[in-house]
Design a protein around this ligand. Structure first.
Ligand code: HEM
Length: 353
């Protein structure tokens, strides 16, 4: 995902203003090229405005509708169960790299019917842009996307199917998508549901490490899981901000330097006019209209997938019977008013209580 732009001139904040801006795609356009340091193509459907945006979105929606994703719940559960048991039986491992990352990659491998790619995806680490080292670089992801595009064309010619051949065959206004468009779509399908879900799962484990009574409460009353997951989504806001441009980049001759505006999902999630005691995690909030999946036409396409992965993971954790505490943590927190909210989990180690 292309998150906030470093050179933005202002940021829209507050639950109401953020929702209004996200609906107003004429003023606040997604027609922009993010991550220019690591890619030279658009992420699709993220960086396209309506009405064309809708055509791509409609083509991708069937992969992510709730009934489709729910068919994978049992497989997600078995992934979570075996990783949790391996994790707790091997003390000293890191929650991000050794628990959340493999589960999230195995889940995507199941949904996309690419189990043979899972080890390769895990080897990239939680963030694909830093897969090759500390400096951001797109080479590893691009090489993978070029390779699977070539494979997809062979699969289509052999009249077979998998997720990448289905994506490669998408037609927009009667024309099959190009290789560059394929990379833009497949890149988001791989990257969008990676660090965000990892952060959500890691955040839950981190929180319960210091709140064992809450863990026990959930264990005895699973009906609370749904609202707990919504609250974790609100509090951790895995994607805190995205950029918009006030001058659409396609077809514009002179692009002003100061065209970028930040849209702060996190400010909406901590808006005290909407959420009581927003800086506290309250697993039973009666109403939770969080903006963690955005709002409007670009609302996260993977929202059901992320929620189902989180619920299944939580159920598997509760079934495991373990209780833990955090023995070592390396976390970067947000600055300023959200300073109690983790921004990046670098390392979390646990010990059993
Ligand atoms: C907790 C996990 C997740 C969070 C917090 C999250 C957050 C978001 C947000 C805030 C947006 C809107 C961006 C904008 O308005 O500019 C978005 C869009 C998107 N997300 Fe997610 N996401 C998550 C998981 C996933 C998963 C699992 C997938 C799929 C594998 C996914 C795929 C996408 C796609 C394709 C879009 C673009 C939608 C469009 O432009 O129409 N996300 N996500």
């Amino acid at each position: 995902m292309s998150a906030a732009k470093a050179n933005k001139t202002r940021t829209i904040t507050g639950h109401k203003a953020v929702r209004e801006a996200l609906r107003d795609t004429q003023t606040y356009s997604s027609d922009l090229q993010g991550d220019a340091d690591v890619r030279d193509y658009r992420q699709i459907p993220l960086e396209i405005d309506p009405p064309r945006h809708h055509l791509y979105r409609a083509a991708l929606a069937p992969f992510f509708v709730k009934p489709t994703v729910e068919r994978y719940s049992a497989e997600f559960y078995s992934n979570a169960e075996s990783q949790i048991s391996h994790f707790f039986q091997n003390p000293g491992q890191d929650v991000i790299a050794d628990l959340a990352l493999p589960i999230v990659m195995q889940n995507l491998g199941a949904l996309y019917h690419r189990p043979h790619d899972v080890q390769e995806w895990i080897s990239w680490g939680p963030d694909v842009w830093t897969a090759a080292g500390p400096t951001r670089d797109g080479a590893i992801l691009h090489a993978y996307l070029d390779r699977v595009y070539a494979e997809a064309i062979e699969i289509i010619e052999a009249k077979k199917r998998d997720v990448w051949s289905d994506v490669a065959q998408i037609e927009i206004e009667g024309e099959r998508i190009t290789q560059t468009e394929f990379k833009g779509i497949a890149g988001v399908l791989l990257a969008g549901g990676r660090d965000t879900v990892i952060k959500l799962l890691t955040g839950m484990v981190w929180y319960f490490g210091s709140h064992p009574a809450e863990l026990e409460l959930l264990r005895s009353d699973r009906a609370r899981i749904d609202s707990a997951v919504q609250e974790f989504l609100r509090f951790f806001t895995p994607l805190p901000e995205m950029a918009r441009t006030i001058v659409a980049e396609s077809n514009a001759l002179n692009l002003p330097e100061d065209r970028y505006v930040g849209i702060s999902f996190i400010s909406g999630n901590f808006d005290a006019t909407v959420f009581d005691n927003p800086l506290e995690i309250s697993l039973e909030r009666p109403r939770n209209p969080h903006l963690s999946f955005g709002f409007g036409p670009h609302t996260c396409l993977g929202n059901h997938l992320a929620e189902i992965e989180a619920k299944v993971f939580l159920n598997a954790l509760l079934d495991s019977g373990y209780i833990w505490e955090v023995s070592e943590e390396e976390i970067t927190f947000h600055a300023g008013e959200y300073s109690v909210v983790p921004d990046r989990f670098e390392r979390i180690r646990l010990s059993q209580r």
